[in-house]
Write a protein that binds this ligand. Sequence first.
Ligand SMILES: *Cc1c(COP(=O)(O)O)cnc(C)c1O
Length: 831
Amino acid sequence: MDRPKRIKKLTLPPIELDAKEDALPQAISNHLAFSVGKDDLTATNHDFFVSVAHVARDRMVGRLMETMRHYYDEDAKRVYYFSLEFLMGRALSNSLDNLGLLEETKKSLASMGIDPEEVFDSEPDAGLGNGGLGRLAACFLDSMATLGIPGYGYGIRYEYGMFYQRIENGRQVESPDNWLRYGNPWEFPRQEVLYPVKFHGRVVEYADEKGLLRYHWVDTEDLMAMAYDNPIPGFGGETVNNMRLWSAKSSHEFDLTYFNEGNYIKAVESKNESENISKVLYPDDSTSMGRELRLKQQYFFVCASLQDILYRFSKFHDNCDLLPEKVAIQLNDTHPSIAIAELMRLLVDVRFIDWDRAWKITTGVFAYTNHTLMPEALETWPVELMERILPRHLQIIYEINRRFLKDVMRSWPGDNDLLRRVSLVDENPSGKRVRMAHLAIVGSHKVNGVAELHTKLMKETIFADFDRIYPGKIVNMTNGVTPRRWIKQANPGLAGLITATIGPEWVRDLSRLREIESFAQDPVFRKDFAAVKRANKECLARFLRDRLGIESSPDSLFDVQIKRIHEYKRQLLNVLHIVTAYSRIIRDPAQQVVPRTVVFSGKAAPGYATAKLIIKLINDVAEIVNHDHRVAGRLNVAFIPNYSVSNAEMIIPAADLSEQISTAGTEASGTGNMKLAMNGALTIGTLDGANIEIRAEVGEENIFIFGLTADEVLDFKRKGYVPRSFYSANEELRTTLDMIGSGYFSPDEPGRFRGLVDGLLTSDPFFLLADYASYLEAQKKVESVFVDPDRWIQMAILNVARMSRFSSDRTIGEYAQKIWGVSPLIPPSRA
Ligand SMILES: *Cc1c(COP(=O)(O)O)cnc(C)c1O
């Protein structure tokens, strides 16, 4: 096919600044005037943010277009990362830093009498995700752009992201995150990139001219998906990739029937209704809500993205058999897995490709990442719901299932129980349901877990049958995080020290961090390293004092647990330790203790009552402990509201101790564990998720491991677990649980936490009581090391030096090689 010819090459704004001294301040004032419409007298910090964002975007546009044209010219295989969540956080300092403009911009703002930090802080977080899964997607985009991989993010432009959390009377209060209220200077709305998306209706069969049975999906309710493009600059700014987010627009400005009936209001209302689809992110982490609007969101973005991908593919190719050579689609969890049925529909119903060919193409394109083994998180949709919303897709899923089960039957004749277990349809007495994970496995050529233990457990437990049916399909891709955001930008002090010691290459090649290992003994380096941590702790201590009214000493051990609030993550076990430490102090107020500041941060799903009660308990304990004069500042507890990427960037560099204490076998990988260890926090953790691999890297002498192993947890589950026996056998545990259960921390409502404690005594599904003694032992060990600052610093340095495996650059390199079959493209500027 012919490529469109350019008549004249446009000159695009370069990344390199004008040689003129005042080019950057001039560019900022220009945008302040021409894009915002203000002068420096009336401009707010947010106005300066918008202006600087435009300056950064101007520098990215040229490279974005060059990158896209380069992929096009090379007919490169593209990777499409499909995700319902992208937890991007702020973009300004990240973009400037990746473009190499951060320091210059800070100087320019300062020269204009503006505090750059206040400007950066006035950018709202793009919180289009719940937690780890969404943040992983954001780290992957950064790594793909940095490595020069043709990777596109596809998702939803939610009008409301993750809710904003306030704490009132110790309880979580949610408010909407109206992050687009003041506009979004980063995005390019593409009014012309608009695709129809159909729902409901019915399927009619017809015979084509050759007499073959065909299917038409008719009488549908339609709406439109409109694209918004967000540039993703790689480090160095050579590659700028794209994240395309879809927004729902009603297909008719006015519904003509209502309009003609003279019902103007009703007509406009129906427009609003269809636009609800991209209105709000579902705030549930690790549970599937099974709501109709959620299924519509999933299909909405998948349908638009596949049309877009096929349009791009078809500019160059007319043979769909080549699709797996040119397109790799990664499904971030099962949330987008309806894409498998949708691609089959497009190939079979729209392009009239026969089923077997279409299936070969489809499985060649898709790969699926599993993020959890927890049964309540595995998505299933009632057949009745899917039939109503996506009738043709349900038929296709049934046909995929029929053929799949036939194949299984051929290999394992007579094993009806196997068929029942692996079927894509759960024949539940309470109603049939479609199992989206089974659809994702059957329809993908590779399925991956996110840490070694998680992948092993996938193969041995929930997906054991599939591992037998498809040997080699399930592979491991241990998660990682981007060192640009999580070291260089979040912790400029540490980044500066590393660069001054070993040069700047580590930012692109984290394996270079190993080189600081030889400085672990160097007294000057140690002193500098300790000073960086100290300064970061002083900064967090100021925040705790100014914003929460909590006085904490930067000399104390900063003990940090920041993540979603969930029973399996065991914030409650941390509370049991705090209460034990507190009762030890009040029993003997004169004793020597290692001063601690325990910091929590995290959101609970709005419908998750137990998680919300745990937040209340943390705050009630904080209230008592922080104000008990017998404690005298030796133990402080702080709950930082509204955990978000920006709050994580502030807290992580100040942490001494990283709490990664989930029940073994429950946390798929964790990525908070990686961010904290890279920033020189020592981990206290269970043998769960990536903690195991972190231990293998940093050495078991540089991490505090405790608790049951995943195998031991399974043993308990098989043989019976009696939590009360631990209560009876351990006096301190008894005292601790009795204090909480009898209302010591809730004198206004003594029974408030009785249910929480009774739950532990009677069922304790996450084995807190079994792990309590070993956790306390590990905390004692932590303190014995912390009182020896030289030893602590040495361990912290070795953690930083040995964490390089957990760069998302390494993770993306493995996906590229083992799943996607793509390699980095040399950017045009270097070609
Ligand atoms: C990294 C990160 C997470 C994931 O933390 P885990 O400890 O791995 O659960 C969640 N939320 C935010 C804002 C993060 O930055």
